[in-house]
Design a protein around this ligand. Structure first.
Ligand SMILES: [Zn+2]
Length: 416
């Protein structure tokens, strides 16, 4: 039985176009990410374009029921593939496509001469998002619905043709907008602020889930400090409406200030706790297993670990700042997995004892580690590992972890 809190998180992406007031709408639940529309005098602007051609077509169909005005501008809040891959559906061949001058697409390229581990990235992304899992297995993807159209996934990207170098006012056909650089989840984040309407499109710097300070699909270090600073910057705008790149829009000045400030406070707590732990010589594994949010932060529904995770973030912060070496000279050397497994087996009293321990232990993390030893030694422990991951998946409120456990378990099933 999937964790009820993860099931409940589906309430954050009910499929529909939401009127956020004053000629602005957001399409939630059609795709992993939201697509927004701002109506001007004679045309509309679209902010973000979703992850696929099919989802973008569905959203455009809904938008056309609201207005027949042509699309004159497309704006990217940042270069993640789930926001840029439906652009071709909204593009007529000549509009401005606006983004930060730091814009960088993260679409995985198939350049054979690249030294980027493309296959590893692809596999991890498929695991994190539970690609191929059925709807009972994949409850959601933490930031969006599990079930959504996949036609033309990643295929509709168009490069921006108008880059914003410095924060500036921009006329969206009678609607005053301010483009504000706000690095956070990515360095290229650009928020869109409508001062006269007091509506803020914040990209992915805030959504109703623990922020993905590290993504297990394989991302480089995200600058925690800049993310916290950007949340302060956004809070100081004092918006009446906050429209995130994922999950439902938020209404009310006080509420929005609380959402942004507590998320910032959480990031600062995490940085401080991790840094102090490292300074005190606490092993990173202990920092990661022991870190906990104070109650006043842990109890906030928008900081529940449905997408990102505190422990993963602490590890990402430490290794992002200091690199892989943890300060313990033992770890200047490395045992290969087979050698470590062989020594572990000897310590346990042989393979038979290792099997007994692996079967008997109630500690599921330890069971996985023993399964890895057995598998490294050529033992048929893949089924035990797969079964263990399926049990762990059921206790997870984190969609990325749940999907990865289940996806990898299916992968092992086909390799018994
Ligand atoms: Zn996103």
């Amino acid at each position: 039985m999937p964790h009820p809190e993860l099931i409940n998180h589906n309430k954050q992406f009910p499929k529909g176009v939401i009127d956020i007031g004053d000629g602005c709408w957001t399409a939630v639940g059609f795709a992993a990410s939201n697509v927004h529309m701002i109506e001007g005098d004679k045309s509309v602007a679209i902010i973000d374009t979703s992850e696929s051609l099919k989802a973008a077509q569905n959203i455009l169909g809904e938008f056309k029921k609201l207005t027949t005005k042509p699309i004159e501008r497309i704006i990217y809040t940042h270069g993640h593939r789930d926001h840029i891959s439906g652009a071709k559906v909204f593009f007529n061949g000549s509009q401005d496509i606006i983004a930060s001058h730091k814009f960088k697409s993260d679409l995985v390229k198939t350049d054979k001469n690249s030294f980027t581990p493309l296959l590893a990235l692809k596999k991890r992304a498929e695991a994190q998002f539970g690609m191929g899992l059925n709807s009972e297995e994949r409850i959601n993807i933490g930031c969006g619905p599990g079930d959504r159209p996949m036609g033309g996934l990643g295929e509709g990207y168009i490069k921006p043709n108008t880059l914003i170098e410095v924060d500036m006012d921009y006329d969206l056909d009678g609607v005053l907008a301010r483009f504000i650089h706000a690095p956070g989840e990515t360095e290229d984040h650009m928020a869109v602020w409508l001062p006269e309407k007091e509506i803020l499109f914040g990209g992915d710097n805030w959504y109703h889930a623990f922020p993905n300070l590290y993504a297990i699909r394989g991302t480089t270090y995200r600058d925690f400090g800049k993310w916290a600073d950007s949340l302060k910057l956004l809070a100081e705008l004092n918006p009446e409406v906050l429209v995130p790149g994922h999950t439902l829009p938020q209404f009310g000045r006080e509420k929005i200030r609380e959402l942004l400030e507590t998320t910032r406070e959480m990031i600062i707590f995490l940085m401080e706790k991790t840094a102090k732990g490292l300074d005190a010589g606490i092993p990173l594994d202990d920092i990661v297993t022991e870190i906990e949010l104070p109650e006043h932060l842990a109890s906030r529904p928008w900081l529940k670990e449905h997408y990102g995770k505190l422990s993963w973030s602490a590890r990402a912060y430490a290794t992002g700042l200091l690199g892989w070496y943890d300060g313990n000279p033992t770890n200047l050397g490395t045992l290969g997995t087979v050698e470590r497994a062989r020594l572990m087996s000897n310590l346990a009293g042989g393979l038979e004892s290792l099997w007994v321990q692996a079967n008997a232990t109630q500690n599921l993390q330890w069971k996985l580690e023993l399964c890895d030893c057995l598998i490294a030694l050529g033992q048929p422990a893949k089924k035990l590992k797969a079964d263990t991951m399926r049990i762990l998946a059921e206790s997870e409120i984190n969609a990325s972890a749940r999907n990865s456990y289940l996806w990898e378990a299916d992968n092992l099933d086909s390799n018994y």
